[in-house]
Design a protein around this ligand. Structure first.
Ligand code: UFG
Length: 351
């Protein structure tokens, strides 16, 4: 435990949906954190809530900074040295698939520059341990499920390609300099919220993803859920995904970091974070109805371009390397997502 207590971790994007949950779990594991966030798609209120959940006696610092701006690199280096960082979890970036198709350069510039500046800063601060927020989207539609880390990488949109290019960049960095320890975490479909109901996903505008959309229908903010196709070659015809509770996901980051900080051999590795099983859209809707006790009107519409029928993880590597696996059920995901939505119907608002 003594070693853990001294870890000092930078969390980029630490005010965002996944970042806030990672921040809470890092603090719960005894680490000190420095959140770096430009609050472009997140709220400073999330920071107050992180502190509230983590309790007194935790060390949370915040640096409001846009890492995509090269002029800020020196500021990060100074802050990292001052903080005494020995590693980072990197979640900052843009993440909307449709937007990335419309504005690819913005996605390449933001996501890649941000990573570039972070890696340079970590190098300068002598903190060469990095957990990167990658995505199962790097697998595209080229693999049979369950998909393992040796699966073919063929992302199908600019957002996914930024994740792929960054993974490639980090693999190159690690093979050129043996001091680096890097883990690319390939998330499946993160959903749910912290059981306290204090932090959760707060999408701006109409949600693109299934769970936030269902939740907004359940709370009465939207009329009905459109189900994108019921003629896929899946058991009930709707798309199948590997939903993972965001708290399980956040704990996967802590497990990855712990592994990197204690392992002897160096280099980069790629690890899936998923539950290892798929659920259909209809199963997800039924589970949310049960958890919320609300009617959730639906209509079947055409398939969404770019969607695949089915993808779920082979979650074996995370279990073998980190001793990590998911603990929460689809019902837990729905219950916690619903609590967050019900108690924060308009997202983050001052108490
Ligand atoms: N779906 C609907 N109606 C909706 C939203 C989604 O039926 O309103 C269906 C989709 O067709 C899919 C499933 O619900 O079958 C899940 O869709 P999400 O949008 O929630 O998740 P995706 O699997 O499409 O998205 C994931 C990640 C993204 C990533 C993307 C790549 O959440 O970060 O894969 O395609 F970029």
């Amino acid at each position: 435990m003594a070693e853990q207590a001294t870890d000092r971790i930078i969390v980029t994007g630490g005010a965002g949906y996944i970042g806030a949950h990672v921040a809470v779990e890092l603090l719960a594991s005894g680490r000190s954190i420095l959140i770096v966030d430009n609050f472009a798609n997140s709220s400073p209120i999330a920071i107050d809530r992180i502190r509230e959940i983590a309790g007194d006696d935790v060390d949370v610092r915040v640096l409001a900074l846009d890492l995509a701006d090269d002029a800020n690199r020196e500021k990060l280096i100074e802050a990292a040295i001052d903080f005494g960082a020995n590693g980072a979890v990197h979640l900052a970036g843009l993440k909307a698939v449709g937007e990335s198709v419309a504005a690819p350069l913005r996605y390449y510039e933001t996501n890649i520059r941000t990573t570039f500046n972070l890696v340079r800063a970590l190098e300068a601060a002598g903190a060469r341990t990095l957990v990167f927020s990658s995505s199962a989207t790097v697998y595209g539609d080229a693999n049979q499920s369950p998909v393992n880390e040796a699966g073919r990488l063929s992302p199908t949109n600019p957002y996914g390609r930024t994740k792929f290019f960054i993974e490639e960049m980090l693999r190159d960095v690690a093979s050129a300099d043996a001091h680096w320890r890097i883990c690319n975490l390939r998330y499946f479909n993160p959903v749910g919220a912290h059981p306290s109901g204090r932090i959760g996903e707060d999408p701006k505008g109409p949600p693109n993803n299934l769970f936030p959309y269902i939740a907004q229908v359940a709370v009465g903010r939207r009329e009905k859920l459109s189900i994108f196709g019921d003629d896929y070659p899946t058991p009930d015809g709707t798309g199948v995904r590997d939903y993972i509770h965001v708290v399980d996901l956040a704990r996967g980051h802590v497990a990855a970091l712990q592994y990197l900080l204690t392992r002897e051999e160096k280099g980069a590795l790629d690890v899936n974070l998923g539950a290892g099983r798929g659920h259909s859209v209809l199963e997800a809707v039924a589970a949310f109805r049960r958890a919320s006790n609300r009617d959730i009107p639906t209509q079947i519409v055409a398939r969404r371009p770019g969607d695949i029928a089915e993808i779920y993880a082979d979650a074996g590597r995370a279990a073998d390397l980190f001793g990590w696996k998911t603990e929460k059920s689809l019902h837990d995901m729905c219950t916690d997502h619903w609590r967050w939505q019900r108690e924060n119907p308009s997202g983050y608002v001052e108490d």
